[in-house]
Design a protein around this ligand. Sequence first.
Ligand SMILES: [Zn+2]
Ligand SMILES: [Zn+2]
Length: 351
Amino acid sequence: MSDTEVRARPGRNLDYPYQTRPELGESIEVVPGVHWVRMRLPMQLNHINLWVLEDGDGWTVVDSGIRNSETVEAWEKLFAGPMGGRPVKRVIVTHLHPDHIGLAGWLTRKFDVELWITRTEFLLCRNLVADTGHEAPREGVRFYRAAGFTEELLENYRARFGGFGHGVYKLPNSFRRIREGDAIEIGGRSWRVVVGNGHSPEHACLWCPEANVMISGDQILPRISSNVSVHPTEPEANPLQDWLDSCARLKSILPADVLVLPAHNEPFRGAPLRLQELIDDHEENMEKLVALCAEPKRAVDVFPALFRSRITTGVYGMATGESIAHLNCLRFRGRMRRSPDAEAVEWYRSE
Ligand SMILES: [Zn+2]
Ligand SMILES: [Zn+2]
């Protein structure tokens, strides 16, 4: 099999030890005391995995699902069923995206417990939620216009602005900070907080060397390349370099046979392989961009170098953010130059 065939189907060379997935409202015990729960998502990525950990006379929950009535019902079913009426004692959230943090405020209020999360994720999440109900800012319109958005696409951006908050239940007003290197004791085992950056600013993974398990959130996914985007709030950011550095660091510390419990797809072994595959894919995509931008291109012109599928309106903003992340990374490496035309649209040309 050629190299390209392996890449065409990411994650196929990994080991997936579980043949079945938990149904809605049910759970599967993947290692003693660690239960796999799956919730539906109303989007193209149609599910999320959550982890419910035995913790003395109750449970520690890792990630919460998106805010909607279906997910609330699924939780109620779990409380009454597999969770045996025992209380949730703490809610840990890996990062700020609504599929992960959406019901954290509901769970913490219901059980009167704390939200454990990194500081940057908590603060940025509150910030993004506060955008709901506000008009799209000038900076955002300028950013997407510079990327090459048409008036119609800009209108779509304006219409969708603030949508983040709809997927998030009212957040708690305080939180318990977790950070890189912390050890959290859960059910008699020590879980180490390992922080990654790039997909979100301070994403927490939980690694238990004793059980040889890592709850990876969106930091390591077996078959999906996590979105790494530049946003209008920080147009000069270089999240792709952060992401590549995080992948390299995780690869250097994780054992080859660690069981990875990802937020999407299925549990797998082969983290170092997968991390290298992610690094290689991004580096390869950047080389494609360098070739493509021999003639000047706008951010919206480079999708074919990065994505296999056609980019629809619904994911246009995300694809643009991801394109700019790759272009910015190349600019910081001195391999891409950017200059605006008379309409303030930015054109990229490789050096
Ligand atoms: Zn995410
Ligand atoms: Zn996710």
